[in-house]
Ligand binder design. Structure first.
Ligand SMILES: [Zn+2]
Length: 273
């Protein structure tokens, strides 16, 4: 099938030094500190792309998010810039991220799912994205690998020609993020849509010298001050991930502690073409 061929072709574009073992993409501890990334010469030297160059002739920007917050973390700036240009922005929220605190019992998980849906709507409002821009697929958090081809079919049904489709990076290290990327590659390929990916957990486990990242295919989108401010305001909507509010267990660490959030407070975003 064409989608498999696309995926295989894309995989060969990864640098030869990219690790193949899952262990190399382990998400543990505090990960690569943000100051190491900011000192990385290759990251500073990435080719810059203006918003209009990235958006091209797209009629809609569609962001496929494995969990609510991935879209703002990786692409909140570009979403705000697209919305400011009058481009319709849509989010496909694949899961509600209800298993982010594994010790939560079932009833509390259902409540967390509701809270995370509300947080996502608030965040999108803060980016300037029109209400009604979200489709919640309510797939099980942690279950996207198992969804397989059905996930690509569901995404494909929601795409239109001339959509620009964004999702998490195909080697991001989180199984849901990698499944989302594979499904988007399949769906967008068949719909004839252009697509781009953004690292989220990749910034956590990858080496700051760039050996693990597809550097040759990455572009840097500078965020002006108002756009960055909008993105930071939108990120503050995810209280359940930041350790605020009543939705997380008392003893749990927030999913987005200060050292993780630092990677998404940059005055630029990076996209894999
Ligand atoms: Zn995620």
């Amino acid at each position: 099938m064409a989608a498999l061929t696309d995926a295989a072709a894309d995989a060969t574009r990864l640098p030869a030094a990219a690790p193949d073992g899952a262990d190399a993409r382990l998400i543990a501890g505090r990960g690569t500190p943000e100051p190491d990334w900011l000192r990385a010469a290759w990251l500073r030297a990435l080719p810059e792309a203006a918003p209009d160059a990235l958006l091209g002739d797209a009629r809609r920007l569609v962001v496929v998010a494995p969990h609510p917050d991935d879209e703002v973390l990786g692409a909140g700036g570009l979403m705000a810039l697209a919305a400011a240009r009058g481009l319709p922005v849509r989010v496909l929220a694949l899961t509600d991220g209800e298993r982010c605190y594994p010790t939560l019992p079932g009833a509390a998980r259902a409540s967390l799912a509701r809270i995370r849906r509300v947080e996502l709507h608030r965040a999108l409002e803060r980016l300037g994205v029109a209400s009604g821009g979200v489709e919640h697929l309510r797939l099980p958090d942690g279950g996207l690998q198992a969804a397989g081809a059905a996930l690509a079919l569901r995404i494909h049904r929601l795409l239109q020609p001339r959509d620009l489709v964004l999702t998490t990076w195909r080697r991001d290290g989180h199984p849901d993020h990698e499944a989302a990327a594979a499904a988007v590659a399949d769906a967008a390929g068949r719909a004839g849509c252009r697509r781009m990916e953004f690292p989220v957990w990749g910034w956590h486990w990858a080496h700051p010298d760039g050996r693990d990242l597809p550097v040759a295919d990455m572009r840097r989108l500078p965020l002006d001050r108002p756009t960055r401010a909008r993105k930071l305001w939108a990120l503050r909507a995810f209280a359940s991930q930041l350790g605020r509010g009543s939705a997380m267990p008392a003893a749990a660490e927030p999913i987005l502690p200060r050292w993780v959030l630092a990677r998404f407070r940059r005055d630029f975003e990076t996209f894999v073409l």
